[in-house]
Design a protein around this ligand. Structure first.
Ligand code: UD1
Length: 367
């Protein structure tokens, strides 16, 4: 009997956990495959990590590298050093990296240099903004990974325009939707609005963590001003990311949010609670990548506080709009007036992406 194909699934930060979970479950259900989770440790607070593993029914990681926060060089370098040892010892048959965080690029480099095939899930997204660290990670990873699993046609086009051979690309759809569908019963059973004293469809959800929005007082202060003004129109729930919490404190802005009656500042919440909040919301205000996609899938208006997005399909087909901080209140008013598209679900955002990945992997291993 031949040994099972060992696949390392690299998980580092909160948004990675939702991408790895459905694929882990799909691969674990195949008799030829032994998926193993490698947690690099970038997100380590229980509410940024362990709670997600529990919600998403993932086993304890097979390896935990324990590489926490640091500068980009420190994080990338430390992950490479730690993961190379494991890759050399375990010699996995495949490495799957997801998303665009520093360990995504770091583990791709380790794998390709050891001649272990690397697949990138959520490949081909481009913001064309090189000031964004994630954009550099996307470009590096897609340049060297052997297989590129894309979520949408724009991603395929970006890769082809960069000269990537068609046989490296397979469009599989959006894995985040698989996580949502996998967890839908639990999300629907969790009545987050009631638990927080909110009325279904009558509040907004905010998330903010991009360095370009939160790392300087010049950027963060006007956003806080607009959020406070918008909270007079409808209550806003704001689970504060650790990076943002530090900056709000540092710039003396936390007080302003705390003293606004319509703003509910809370700690980051687990996946089920967060999706219960989003799916029952009137609107979302965010600078995250995943929330642009989840709101498009759920047909919830989304205001993205960025100058660009690597997920243009959420604007072309969905409910997402890029918004400058100065326009935030006006856009909230438009949404409340009902002047907003309902959008449509992009092709292959159907909860069946993990299955398509399994088929593609089988085909590539066989061929
Ligand atoms: C990272 C990703 C970003 C992703 C985001 C999701 C990169 C380059 N960026 O940004 O793409 O959208 O995660 O959340 O990888 N911290 C804690 N506890 C934790 C984790 C972090 O307190 O569990 C603190 C760190 O000390 C640091 C700050 O939060 O000061 C930022 O963490 P870091 O992982 O460096 O980047 P993110 O902003 O989370």
């Amino acid at each position: 009997m031949s040994a099972k194909t060992v696949v390392h699934l690299i998980a580092a930060a909160r948004p990675n956990f939702m991408k790895v979970a459905p694929l882990y479950h799909a691969l674990a259900g195949e008799d030829w495959c032994a998926p193993q989770i490698i947690h690099t440790g970038q997100h380590y607070d229980p509410n940024m990590s362990d709670d997600f593993f529990r919600d998403l029914k993932m086993p304890r990681p097979h390896h935990h590298l324990g590489i926490g926060s640091g500068t980009h060089g420190e994080q990338t370098g430390s992950v490479m050093i730690a993961y190379e040892k494991i890759a050399l010892e375990d010699r996995p048959d495949w490495i799957v990296v997801v998303g665009d965080v520093n360990p995504t690029a770091a583990c791709s480099m380790v794998g390709t240099k050891l001649w272990i095939p690397v697949a990138h899930l959520e490949a081909g997204l481009r913001s064309r903004d090189r000031r964004m660290p994630e954009e550099i990670n996307r470009m590096v990873t897609d340049a060297i990974a052997d297989v590129l699993w894309t979520p949408s046609p724009d991603a395929d086009e970006n890769l082809r325009a960069e000269g990537v051979a068609q046989e490296r690309i397979t469009r599989v759809g959006n894995i985040m939707i698989d996580s949502y569908e996998l967890m839908r019963p639990a999300i629907e059973a969790d009545d987050a609005p009631a638990a927080m004293g909110l009325e279904v469809g009558a509040y907004g959800v905010i998330t903010l963590h991009r360095p370009s929005n939160v790392d300087t007082a010049d950027a963060l202060e006007p956003i806080v001003g607009q959020i406070v003004a918008a909270s007079e129109k409808l209550p806003l729930v704001f689970p504060v990311h650790p990076r943002t919490a530090k900056k709000l404190d540092e710039f003396g802005l936390k007080e302003r949010l705390e003293s606004a009656a319509g703003i509910h500042l809370i700690e980051p919440v687990n996946y089920i609670r967060f999706m219960s909040l989003v799916s029952n919301a009137r609107l979302a205000i965010t600078d995250s990548g995943g929330i642009q996609e989840e709101t498009t899938y759920l047909s919830i208006p989304c205001l993205t506080l960025r100058e660009n997005t690597e997920r243009p399909i959420t604007i072309e087909q969905g409910t997402n709009r890029l918004t400058r901080p100065a326009e935030l209140l006006d856009q909230v008013n438009r949404i409340l007036a009902g002047d907003w598209p309902t959008g449509q679900k992009p092709d292959l955002w159907d909860g069946k992406t993990a299955g398509r990945i399994v088929e593609d992997l089988k085909r590539r291993i066989a061929g």
